[in-house]
Design a protein around this ligand. Structure first.
Ligand code: ADP
Ligand code: MG
Ligand code: MG
Length: 490
C-alpha cells in the first residue's frame, strides 16, 4: 500500500457492520484476556469479573520503514541505558541530591539518598547484575515545514513498562478481526503482512528468565512488587503464567505493605527471603511514583530489597537513569559521546526533539516565549504530570525558582493530522466512538548487565501502540486517556 492515504483510514463501514465488528472485538478481548479489573471503590480480595481493556477497533497506519527503524534503535537504547545505570558519577551529577534533581525533588532525592547510603556501606557489591525491562516511546512527527514524516522519541521508561502482554493480545485481535470479516470488503487490497507479529510476552519473560538463570539458585522464585488494588493486573498475570508454564519459574506477588513484614535479607548470604523462600529477581510494577511510598517505611522496604543479593528490575540506579532530566541532559552537546560511538549516535539524535532544562540560563524565558510549541515535564512517571502549551506561562508564574531543576522543556512532536479511529471503552456498552486520533508507538526491550565483563546482554522484544483522541495532550491507558492499539504497516 505505497499510496496509502492516512486520511482515508479507517474503513467506512455502515452502522450494522460497525456494530457487528465491535461485538466481535469486545467478545474476543474478553475471551482472550485483553482485560482489566472493573473500576470499583475497592477491589474484592477474590475478583469475580473483568471488563475488556480500552481498545481501538482498527489498527493504526504506521510507515513500515519507521516501524523497522524504531525496532532497530532499541538495541542501541538498551545498551545506552545499561551504561547510564552503571555510570555512578554521571547519575550523581544529574539526579543526585547534592547538585542534581534530587536536591529539589523529594521523591528523586529519597531514592538517590538511599542508594548513596547503600553504596557507602558497600551494600550493593554482592549483586552487580541489573535487569531492565524497557519501553521506548515514539510519535510520528510531521513537521510544519513539510519534511517527510519522521520518528521522534517521547520518553524512555526504565521501570514498570506496562502493557506488553495486552499489546500482544491487541495485535492478535486486529489480525483476527480482519481475517474473520475482511472488513466486509470495504477496504480491499490490504495484505496480511500489514499486521506484524507481536510476541512481547515471551520476549519480556525471556529477560526475567535471563536474570533468574544468572542468579542460579534452584527453587528460587521471582518477586513481582505490585500496587494494592491494581486494575491492570492481567497484564502482569500473563507474564506470571508464561514464567510458570514455559519455564517452571514461580512468582510471588507482594505489595510494599506486605513486604514490610514478609521480606528479610539473610545476614550471611544476603539472599532475599519472602516468608522463607529465596528470591532470584525483583520485578517492580510499583515504586515508580511518590504515592507508592506514603511513609518512610515504604522507602525502607525498597532499600531492603535493593541491598539484597536478588537481581533488581530495575535497580534504583536504573530507575533514576530513566528520569526525564537524564533524557534532556543526553541531548546536550558532547554527552551522548560518553556512552556511545559511531553511527548509532547519529541515528538516536535524529529522533530527539529539542529539550532544555528550566534552570539553564534563559531556560524559563525561552519556555515562556515558545510556550505554544512546548510541553514541560517533571521527574514523574505514569502520566498526567505534564504542562502543555497555553497552561505554561501561568504555571511558570507560580513555580518557585528552587524547583526549576526538576523540570524540563520539550518541543512538541506534531503527529500527522486527519487520521481517524474508533475507540471502544467498556463504559455502559457505549460502542465504538469515532474520533480523530494520534497514536504512540512503544518498543519493548530488555538488558541484563553490570557483570565484571562489562557486557550488556540485550534484546528488542516487541511493541505497543496506544491511541488517543487528537485533542488530548496526555497519553496513558491506565490514566484513561488512551486505548490499546496495534499497527497497520503502510
Ligand atoms: P509519562 O512518563 O508520565 O508517561 P511522557 O513523557 O510519556 O510521561 O508524557 C505523557 C504523554 O504526553 C505522552 O504519552 C504523549 O502523549 C504526551 N507527550 C509527551 N511529550 C510530548 C512531546 N514532546 N510532544 C507531544 N506529546 C508529548
Ligand atoms: Mg514514562
Ligand atoms: Mg509515557
Amino acid at each position: 500500500m505505497s499510496s496509502f492515504s492516512f486520511s482515508s483510514w479507517p474503513p467506512a463501514l455502515n452502522d450494522e457492520q460497525l456494530e457487528a465488528l465491535t461485538v466481535y472485538a469486545t467478545t474476543y478481548a474478553l475471551s482472550h484476556g485483553l482485560i482489566y479489573l472493573p473500576a470499583v471503590a475497592s477491589q474484592p480480595a477474590i475478583p469475580s469479573s473483568a471488563i475488556h481493556a480500552p481498545l481501538s477497533l482498527f489498527p493504526s497506519p504506521f510507515p513500515r520503514r519507521l516501524f523497522a527503524l524504531a525496532r532497530r534503535l532499541q538495541t542501541t537504547y538498551n545498551t545506552l541505558y545499561a551504561r547510564i545505570a552503571t555510570d555512578v558519577e554521571f547519575l550523581d551529577k544529574v539526579m543526585g541530591s547534592i547538585e542534581g534533581v534530587g536536591k529539589v525533588d523529594h521523591f528523586v532525592g529519597q531514592l538517590w539518598a538511599g542508594w548513596k547510603v547503600l553504596r557507602d556501606e558497600g551494600g550493593l557489591v554482592q549483586q552487580p547484575l541489573q535487569l531492565g525491562l524497557f519501553r521506548s516511546d515514539y510519535l510520528l512527527h510531521a513537521s510544519s515545514t513539510g519534511e517527510p514524516l519522521g520518528l521522534k522519541q517521547v520518553e524512555f521508561n526504565t521501570i514498570s513498562s506496562s502493557f506488553g502482554t495486552l499489546s500482544q493480545r491487541t495485535a492478535a485481535l486486529h489480525r483476527h478481526l480482519y481475517a474473520s470479516t475482511g472488513y466486509y470488503n470495504v477496504y480491499p487490497g490490504m495484505k496480511s503482512g500489514a499486521f506484524p507479529v507481536n510476541n512481547t510476552t515471551a520476549g519480556l519473560v525471556e529477560g526475567l528468565v535471563a536474570a533468574h538463570t544468572a542468579y542460579n539458585v534452584p527453587g528460587s522464585k521471582i518477586l513481582f512488587v505490585v500496587q494494592a488494588g491494581e486494575r491492570n493486573v492481567f497484564d502482569q498475570r500473563h507474564l506470571e503464567d508464561e514464567l510458570l508454564e514455559k519455564h517452571s519459574i514461580h512468582v510471588v506477588r507482594q505489595t510494599f505493605d506486605q513486604l514490610a513484614s514478609s521480606a528479610s535479607v539473610d545476614p550471611t548470604s544476603r539472599a532475599l527471603l519472602i516468608s522463607g523462600t529465596e528470591i532470584s529477581t525483583v520485578y517492580f510494577r510499583a515504586g515508580y511514583t511518590p504515592t507508592d511510598y506514603p511513609t518512610p517505611e515504604h522507602y525502607a522496604t525498597r532499600f531492603l530489597l535493593e541491598r539484597s543479593l536478588a537481581i533488581k528490575c530495575p535497580s534504583i540506579a536504573l530507575q533514576l537513569a530513566g528520569g526525564k532530566r537524564v533524557q534532556q541532559v543526553l541531548a546536550e552537546p558532547g554527552i551522548l559521546e560518553r556512552f556511545l560511538q559511531g553511527d548509532e549516535l547519529v541515528l538516536l539524535r535524529e529522533n530527539w526533539m529539542r529539550m532544555w532544562a528550566l534552570d539553564e540560563v534563559n531556560g524559563v524565558a525561552r519556555a515562556r516565549e515558545d510556550h505554544a510549541r512546548l510541553v514541560l515535564k517533571p521527574q514523574r512517571e505514569g502520566g498526567g504530570n505534564n504542562v502543555y502549551r497555553d497552561s505554561i506561562p501561568t504555571f511558570l508564574d507560580g513555580l518557585p525558582e528552587a524547583e526549576l531543576p526538576a523540570w524540563i522543556a520539550m518541543e512538541l512532536i506534531e503527529p500527522p493530522k486527519g487520521t481517524g479511529g474508533y475507540l471502544v471503552r467498556s463504559n455502559a456498552g457505549a460502542g465504538a466512538v469515532k474520533a480523530e486520533v494520534v497514536s504512540e508507538l512503544g518498543i519493548f526491550g530488555w538488558a541484563l548487565f553490570g557483570g565484571s565483563d562489562a557486557k550488556v546482554k540485550e534484546k528488542e522484544v516487541g511493541w505497543l501502540v496506544r491511541t488517543k483522541g487528537k485533542d488530548s495532550d496526555e497519553g496513558g491507558v491506565a490514566t484513561g486517556f488512551s486505548v490499546l492499539d496495534s499497527v497497520l504497516l503502510v
